[in-house]
Design a protein. Structure first.
Length: 87
């Protein structure tokens, strides 16, 4: 099976898509769910905390909805930068 042309690329891209989608669900869970993390909840300034939450949610949405577009680490970084600009 691994010798089939294109299999390795297909398999790795499916792993990256699953990774992006899972990262998105974790961001949502840790931002609005019961498992909120201290990284965000301990931000004293309410405006800065709200900004961080918006960035998390926008990134999460992008990771889930466009999961097949995340093929390398730079794609994740670009999504965070884009979410920061929108938030």
């Amino acid at each position: 099976m691994a010798k089939t042309p294109g299999f390795k690329e297909w398999y790795l891209s499916s792993i990256m898509a699953d990774t992006a989608a899972y990262a998105g669900t974790e961001l949502i869970r840790r931002t609005v769910g019961m498992a909120q993390v201290k990284d965000v909840t301990t931000i004293a300034d309410e405006d800065k905390r709200a900004f961080a939450e918006r960035v998390n949610i926008l990134c999460a949405k992008d990771y889930i909805m466009n999961r097949t577009a995340f093929l390398k680490g730079e794609d994740f970084v670009a999504a965070v930068k884009a979410a920061s600009a929108k938030a």
